[in-house]
Write a protein of this length. Sequence first.
Length: 395
Amino acid sequence: MYLSDSPSRRLPAAIPRRLAITALAVLAVAATLVTPISGSAAGAASATSGPAAAAAAAGWLAARVTADGYVPDALGDPSPGDTLQTSLALATAGVGYDAFHRTLAWLGANVDAVTGTGTSADPGQIAYLLIVIDAAGGDATNFGGVDLVARLDSTLGGFEPGLFGGADPTYDGVFRQSLAIIGLEAVGETPPVEATNWLIAQQCGTSDPNVRGGWEAYRLVADACTAGSTATFTGVDTNSTAIATTALAAIDREPTYGTQPWFVAVQNSTGGWGYLQGLDDDPNSDALVIQAITATGASATATPFVLPGGDPLASLLSFQLGADADPADQGAFTFPGSDGAPNVLATEQATWGAMPRAFPLGLVAFSDAPVATTTTTAPGATPAAAVETTSHFTG
């Protein structure tokens, strides 16, 4: 996935370390370079449905949130990235109201540390925070005293016209661009036309079904697209394609080429996906693709995604630690190459596909929230259609 400030998520030696924040692409590469992968977790998941699996994962994540509202890193210090990702996971699952409320307070008090500022402002981090604020019913133009919409807009064109962010986009250009579009849509802002056009122009279109409809992490538009290569870890990939699909669906824009045929073309016989065609399933890629399929109005547990060897949800749930795991680990997701140990990022992002719930989330009603105290009426709705919900910003 697109972010990491944890010492345990370092880039492999074969990849330049100049990027402070990594894409899921790199995380998947790192796991592949370390250990041969078997495609599923050692322990079978106890949950047999997506929502139950998401709730179990959210419970495990919520337990990691401190009383001060942050998620600690390996040294016990606050991890802005994991705190933000955990907050997003809890909102996606709709479970862990109290922990979610604490993360909101911490994120609001540490906005600059979470998003970066000035030329170091990170569009992906800002976008994740916008999705969280929308889920909580907050004001993105005054969160912790910061106008996050303006901060995100200030990054547009920092590296090249139409692209959010000034950092080298080699490993995350499409991912961060897609997140920025989703984040703006989440808080009711129309993404700039040049940003949407940039993303659409990045899609690949050739006669090769293993390429047509996919996205690479980033490419010069003049360069030809290539199929995913496990030798060079380049070419079209599931993570970029999935998040781009979700982003365009969020703003009701059709891609130039349909993405469903591409997902089918590169799907593993197990029913899941790796980061690149030819890599075994991993939970983060499964979750991203399932979310993208959901965003387009299709189902990942229906034709054409159900195969004799399994389906996408079964692949995702195979990575969840269940009743045969240490009680402290149950509900977490593992990642290939981690020897069945809980993986924080995999657990945070597995909720995206387990629900499944496409971004943006809209205002989330938590299953374990207190009794509703405020009433919200959808725009254009009559009072009779009002929906009672609790705002996380009204105490």
